[in-house]
Every structure is written in C-alpha cells, then in structure tokens.
Design a protein around this ligand. Structure first.
Ligand code: ATP
Ligand code: MG
Length: 328
C-alpha cells in the first residue's frame, strides 16, 4: 500500500507552559487536498512547522511519504515545498533573483535554474515584474512569488499556511486556481486556513482544529450536513420587532439577533420543513418581515455550533500590506 503523503500520529507540541498542539492525528492520501481549518492560535502553523521539519514534535510522529520529519529532515525537505503565512521572499532581491536563490539552495542543476524560474514567473503572472526588487511588489504579488519559490524544486507534497490571508477576493481566486492546477498535476496539498469558503472550495477532506485539538473531521459537505441546520434569516423593520421575533422564534431552534440589530437568524432544528410553521408564527404575531432568506448551513455555521465562536477573523489592513512580516 502507498504511504500517505502526509501523516501525524498523536503529535504534541508544547512551548513551556503553552500546549500548542495536543495530540493530533492526520492522514492525507497522495494527490489530495487536505484543509486544516481553525481560528487564530488553534495550532495550525505549529502542525505545519513540525511537518516541514522546522520544529520537532514534543511527542508523537510526523511523516511525509513515510519519511520521519524529525529523524530524516533532509530527505523530507527534498520532497516538500512550503509557502508560509509569513512570505519568505527577500525584499531586496528581484523576483527572478529570489527564485534563482531557491534553485541554488535546493541544488537544482545550474542549467535548469533559469528556465525553471522563467516558467514559474510566467505561470504566476510575474514575468513583467521579474527584474524589479520585491519591495516594490504588492501583497498579492509577494504571495504568488512565495508560492513560486516553494515550487522551484518541483515538490510532490506542498504545505500552504494561510496562502490567501490578506489578499483581495480577486487575488484569492487567482491563487485558488493555481492550487487547483497543481493538484491536477498530482501534487498533494495541505493547506491551513481561517476562511471557510476556501476550505469548502479546495479541500476534499478537512480537520477542524481549535485549541490544539481536532474537534471534527470529514468532507466539507459531510460536516455541513452533520453539524449544520437549515438557516432562516428574517429582516425586521426595527430593533423592537426584531427582539420580539427572536423571542417568538426560539421555539423552532436556536434564534439569534445579528449585529445589525434588525436581523434574526434561526437554525431550524427540524430542517427545511420547519419553514412553514415559522412563517405562520410570524404572521399570527403580525411581524411582517422585510427580508426572508432560507439557506443551507455554511461551514461557518458548523464552526459556530462546534466551538461556540466564529472561525473567520478578518485580516487587518496592516497584514494586507506587509504580508504579516512583523508578526512572526
Ligand atoms: N515559538 C513559540 N513559543 C511559544 N508559544 C508559541 C510558539 N509558537 C506558537 N505558540 C503558541 O501556540 C499556539 C498555537 O499557535 P499557532 O501559530 O500554531 O496557531 P495558528 O493556528 O497558526 O494561528 P494563526 O491563525 O494566528 O496563524 C498559540 O497559543 C501560540 O501563541
Ligand atoms: Mg498560523
């Protein structure tokens, strides 16, 4: 049988008092995309660092294609590529020079370095900026260059730590396309993300992680159907009616007033068939909705019902500009 592309077995990492990762076991088959989904501080980067040989586990084992990351880091480094949460490109070198440097560091035959760099610059839409210093690049361009750098030596297993955090929707979409193309070519990808939409689109299997532990796993659709419920959003004309509606609708499931103060969100315990009764109750109470939306659960709903807090954390403007360099 083929070794899994990526595996952790009851892996633990503590930093002094802090238990960053508390016994996580994962298995990623070759040629698939695996998503590690969790909020700030969940332990995502720490798991990636153990798998990419930057950190040694306190206990447990991490392997890539069956090779032990702690015992044989050199061999693992040949197989893998890493594009980090903190773009690792050199500001003062040009895009081309960055890729050439990686080619040298990964011992690519000299004659193949330039064509490979050119090919990647082309593929990531950076050819026009190849001879400009990276400090003149936008956040999105840096991310693309960082990913290109991770691919110079044609890794078969790729780790992407929050590849699109801080990117605008268009750059995010472009990067998703690139990742999908890589997977088509047979690369195995483990990506971490705080964006449920990203996990939903890219990952075949997911582990939801919170506080250093896996709290759920499965395919995105599985997670959504097992933990989510049909959601109804009712917009009322004012805050007073919204408060009344919230109280009234509690009988149908968890009912919550959203931050706008006039929208009530109800998670229907009975699923879609509860909608008629809900509308009837509103009618009887003479609460006329301005808006009524019925939708299937998103991963966001799943996350909320699992942890009691939301997963998505918006990137700040600083992160957007600087690619989070200072935060490391
Ligand atoms: N080198 C370190 N020394 C001490 N504590 C650390 C270290 N690295 C990580 N931690 C702690 O371990 C926990 C997990 O951190 P980690 O960076 O893995 O989270 P994350 O899921 O990647 O979060 P984010 O989404 O913010 O990147 C946090 O509480 C963090 O403060
Ligand atoms: Mg992280």
């Amino acid at each position: 049988m083929n070794a899994p592309a990526i595996a952790t077995e009851d892996v633990v990492k503590t930093f002094g008092e802090v238990e960053a990762v508390r016994g996580v076991s994962l298995e990623v088959p070759q040629g698939t995309v695996f998503g590690l989904l969790g909020p700030n501080g969940a332990g995502k980067t720490t798991i990636v660092r153990m798998l990419t040989t930057i950190l040694k586990p306190t206990s447990g084992r991490a392997t890539v294609l069956g090779v032990d990351c702690a015992k044989d880091p050199e061999r693992v480094r040949h197989i893998i590529g890493l594009a980090g949460q903190y773009a690792a490109v050199d500001e003062n070198l040009t895009g081309y020079e960055n890729l050439r440097m990686v080619g040298r560091l990964t011992h690519l035959p000299k004659a193949t370095i330039k064509p490979r760099a050119d090919e990647l610059l082309e593929r990531f839409n950076l050819a026009h900026a190849a001879s400009r210093p990276v400090r003149t690049y936008s956040g999105g361009m840096r991310r693309r260059l960082d990913l290109a750098a991770a691919l110079v030596h044609k890794p078969t297993v790729l780790f992407l730590d929050e590849p699109t955090t801080g990117l605008d929707p268009r750059s995010r979409n472009d990067l998703w396309q690139v990742i999908e193309d890589l997977v088509k070519d047979g690369t195995t990808v483990l990506l971490t993300t705080q964006y449920l939409e990203e996990a939903d689109r890219l990952a075949e299997m997911l582990a939801v992680i919170d506080n250093g532990e896996v709290i759920a796993r499965g395919a995105p659709t599985e997670l959504k159907t097992s933990f989510g419920a049909t959601v109804v959003e009712i917009g009322l004309s004012n805050a007073r009616n919204a408060a009344r509606a919230r109280k009234l609708l509690e009988q149908f499931g968890h009912a919550e007033l959203l931050v706008d103060g006039t929208t009530v969100e109800v998670k229907l315990e009975e699923g879609p068939k509860g909608v008629t009764a809900l509308v009837r109750a509103l009618d009887t109470a003479k609460l006329v909705p301005d808006r009524l939306i019925v939708r299937e659960p998103t991963l966001d709903d799943v996350f909320l019902s699992l942890t009691g807090h939301a997963a998505e954390v918006r990137a700040t403007d600083d992160e957007h500009e600087e690619g989070e360099r200072g935060a490391a």
